[in-house]
Write a protein that binds this ligand. Sequence first.
Ligand SMILES: O=P(O)(O)O[C@@H]1C[C@H](O)[C@@H](CO)O1
Ligand SMILES: Nc1nc2[nH]cnc2c(=O)[nH]1
Length: 306
Amino acid sequence: MSIDLSKFPDNYVNCYKYLYDKLPNELKSVKMAIVCGSGLNNLADKIKNTVTFDYKDIPGFAVSTVAGHRGKLVFGILANSPVVCMVGRFHFYEGHSAQKVSFPIRIFRMFGAKVLVLTNAAGGLNPNYNTGDLVIIRDHVSFLNFTGSNPLIGQNESIFGERFPPMLNVYNHHLRYLFTQAAAQCNYTNLKEGTYICLSGPSYETPAEARFFSTIGDVVGMSTAPEATVGNHCGMQVIGISLVTNMVNQKPTLSSFKSPEEIAAQNYEAPTISHAEVIEVGNQKAKILEGIVEKFTEILEQNNFE
Ligand SMILES: O=P(O)(O)O[C@@H]1C[C@H](O)[C@@H](CO)O1
Ligand SMILES: Nc1nc2[nH]cnc2c(=O)[nH]1
């Protein structure tokens, strides 16, 4: 075993040992960890020589309760590189603490992962975006962190990182650049870059909230920031990719001064959004993202990225 387990808290050690003992030597250490967002399970399909665990069997892991999140942890080889992939994640709105949601990230760090690839399905706020676009996250605004649900609250586990970590370079610039290279090599031309707004969910935004969020960010979702916060704390190089699964309605709700007849005359159709739609777009675009993530891993290997 390459790390001194006596230095780590028991819950991390139990989880690490459970996984470590079941892995072949070539997967006992990984370079990269990937988290699949809603509908993006297929990202794991390119991983070879896999060893798969059910979340329900892994000590310290929560279980996935959300449609579009398979609940499997996959170790294997992607583009000649040992990786671990969360096929489905945990969300704060499922009733888990921010600490529980981000628990796996520290386990991945214990396995040696320096690069953390976070993917998610998100609603588009920026009017220049379209459904189906991929957005490299440049930065985030986390309403979870603002409202007392920062995953680093509680005793600081100094083996992982410092008490007051800076958050000035969470989404690594070099990785973002290499991801643009990977996308270009896959002939993907709709790549955007923007700020991700993290909300607790599970309700989607009201139009007034969406107008407010559009003044501070480009996409809005219900994950990623806790994982990025913890990854940054334990010294990982983080990259986040949002898939715009829907554009968020920002039109004001109907005024009560308008009669039903006036509204009907405008052929007004009430806007709506559903998780089924989010998953469907995720499934449609997962193949493209899968190819880019594989190419990205290849480019990291070529650049000896550590
Ligand atoms: O896990 P992600 O962030 O991809 O999932 C998004 C946010 C909610 O979990 C869900 C809403 O449809 O999709
Ligand atoms: N908050 C939020 N999360 C999403 N995840 C996917 N689409 C959306 C959305 O429109 N809003």
